[in-house]
Design a protein around this ligand. Structure first.
Ligand SMILES: *Cc1c(COP(=O)(O)O)cnc(C)c1O
Length: 349
């Protein structure tokens, strides 16, 4: 079988949630952000594991993602929709008890007219200029909205992964200005914001990337291992080239392993002639370009040809690979794609 295997350690995810929950501090709830199928790792398994250890609130981007999470969890936990209440969402929000975070006057009007009495939150724009109600609009609608009793007021930080960035304090001040005195539960911090310290935590934090073992939560446990099958090997002579565009040329005789995963599986083309795979503790350089379904790896120095090589594992994190490709761990995770066999490990079974 040439299908590669993506191992996902659910115990590491729950341990990371507990650690971020401890960092969020007493009296502060910690929600789990599971948008984009739990950052590519499989929302159904991830949310069930998190619910077992006490997570009660979840965030997704889209109502359809919320529906999948509700199906996995059953009634009870609060599932929040970051894109708010879009045209066409009403029935799903109602039937599956999803809580939209309303982002604009248009969404607020739609929600109050279509689903009066149905829970909602409000997302405020404190300077990121991406989603949420802006200050002037908020001042106009807050008196009416507060009577409809939102479950929370939330906002999002633009530069939380840079602790010294002046934007953090600017947004914090704006969030206070927009929400002080409302008496409503407030949520401001994602993973980066949790690490900025207690003044950013308010009532509910929203942990995403840190659950999955990514920066900036450096103390996180490793979650993913990605093992790729070796399909065949060949000997190349000095001066021979490998792969598309003759992008790598052997300087000395070499043994090249052809390995079953490519850019269609999230191994970005930018990894060509740069990334390293691992046979246990031994690094093996990726040579030549990344193809759609294949990569080629120099294994000349190995005693035996292994059945698989790891591209994510104890020696190489999603952030390490992201650095090679010039991107971030979030993009590596969410690019991993549907072709892998996802194997979940969990002590509880
Ligand atoms: C994605 C997202 C999060 C989670 O962010 P991480 O950096 O992954 O922790 C939290 N809040 C909002 C609004 C988001 O879009």
């Amino acid at each position: 079988m040439a299908t590669a295997s993506l191992s996902i350690d659910l115990d590491a995810i729950t341990a990371n949630w507990r650690a971020l929950d401890r960092l969020s501090g007493p009296g502060v709830q910690t929600a789990a952000v599971v948008k984009a199928d739990a950052y590519g790792l499989g929302a159904a398994r991830v949310v069930r594991a998190l619910a077992q250890v006490g997570a009660r609130r979840f965030f997704v981007a889209l109502a359809e993602e919320g529906a999948a999470v509700r199906q996995a969890l059953g009634p009870g936990p609060q599932i929040n929709i970051l894109s708010g209440h879009m045209a066409g969402d009403t029935e799903m929000l109602h039937d599956l008890d999803l809580t939209p975070m309303l982002n604009s006057l248009e969404q607020i009007t739609r929600h109050l007219e279509a689903l009066p009495g149905h829970p909602f939150g409000v997302q405020l724009d404190t300077g990121m200029n991406r989603l949420g109600v802006e200050l002037a609009e908020w001042q106009a609608v807050a008196p009416i909205l507060l009577e409809a009793d939102p479950v929370m007021l939330m906002s999002h930080l633009a530069c939380a992964d840079e602790p010294d960035h002046p934007m953090n304090l600017r947004q914090l001040e704006m969030f206070h200005e927009m929400t002080d005195g409302t008496g409503l539960p407030r949520s401001f911090a994602a993973t980066g914001g949790i690490l900025l310290g207690p003044q950013y935590h308010f009532d509910l934090t929203r942990a995403g990337i840190g659950l999955y073992g990514g920066r900036p939560f450096d103390l996180s446990q490793r979650v993913v291992t990605l093992s790729l099958p070796v399909i065949q090997t060949r000997e190349v002579a000095a001066g021979e080239t490998v792969g598309y565009g003759n992008a790598w040329e052997a300087e000395t005789p070499a043994i090249i392993a052809t390995v079953a995963a490519g850019y269609a599986d999230g191994l970005l083309r930018a990894l060509g002639n740069g990334a390293v795979l691992w046979d246990g503790d031994t690094p093996c350089p990726l040579v030549g370009r990344v193809s759609m379904d294949l990569i080629t790896v120099d294994v000349t120095h190995l005693k035996d040809i292994p059945r698989t090589l790891d591209i994510l594992g104890p020696h190489q994190s999603v952030d390490d690979i992201a650095d090679v490709a010039g991107t971030i761990g979030y993009e590596i995770l969410t690019s991993l794609g549907p072709r892998y066999t996802r194997r979940y490990t969990e002590a509880r079974g």
